[in-house]
Design a protein around this ligand. Structure first.
Ligand code: FES
Length: 210
């Protein structure tokens, strides 16, 4: 199906998401992959199929029970492989291939949390079910990487569903070249080559060249 606008594609994405019982996100960063994350993805697919259910690995208008996807590195490599189950955000760490069967059976199909796969509070030993309660994440304020762990950054539909290209479209269709440069200047964005030169100023200098 063709979707002519970003809004239509966004709507289509969330319509598709509504049909899934859960979204399974496995960290696909280098550290987690080195520790078997791709085998875990394959095992989820196998176990779910074995139970007569279906996982889709990409956004398609197909009937499926679960969406199975990979994220980029979530920054917690020492605790990987990481598996997060949405919509609850249940965050399992140091997951092994042999854990997948019980994650599907216990958590995905019966809504029970598996305590030994959770992080536990250092002082109270209370299990911490999601990243909002885990000190490593709770102390961070992420901006550019705000959606890391929630979306597959290589999936264009997820990108668009979370307003990807929205500002690029505005810059191309609604702003003059001068306004774009001013916006970048105002943002304070600077180069990372060592000099920290203002990106907006650099663009503006280029813009006025004959
Ligand atoms: S590679 Fe998974 S948290 Fe870094």
């Amino acid at each position: 199906m063709q979707h002519s606008t970003l809004e239509e594609r966004k709507l289509h994405f969330f319509e598709c998401m509504e049909q899934y019982k859960a979204k399974i996100v496995i960290c696909g960063g280098t550290g987690c992959v080195a520790n078997g994350a791709l085998d875990i993805v394959a095992e989820f697919d196998r176990v779910i199929a074995e139970k007569g259910l279906k996982a889709t690995v990409a956004l398609q208008k197909e009937e499926a029970d679960f969406m199975l996807t990979k994220s980029g590195c979530q920054g917690f490599c020492q605790m990987g492989p990481l598996v997060t189950l949405y919509p609850q955000g249940t965050f399992y760490v140091k997951v092994k291939v042999s854990d997948v069967e019980r994650i599907v059976e216990e958590t995905l199909l019966n809504g029970r949390i598996i305590s030994d796969l959770l992080i536990h509070d250092d002082e109270t030993n209370e299990p911490l079910e999601d990243t909002a309660h885990i000190p490593f994440y709770a102390k961070q304020e992420r901006t550019t990487l705000r959606l890391c762990g929630l979306i597959d950054a290589q999936d264009i539909d997820e990108y668009i569903a979370h307003d990807g290209y929205k500002m690029a479209r505005k810059a191309v269709l609604e702003m003059s070249d001068q306004e774009v440069c001013q916006e970048i200047k105002d943002s304070g964005l600077r180069g990372r080559g060592g000099g920290g030169f203002s990106t907006g100023l650099k663009w503006d200098l280029t813009r006025v060249q004959p």
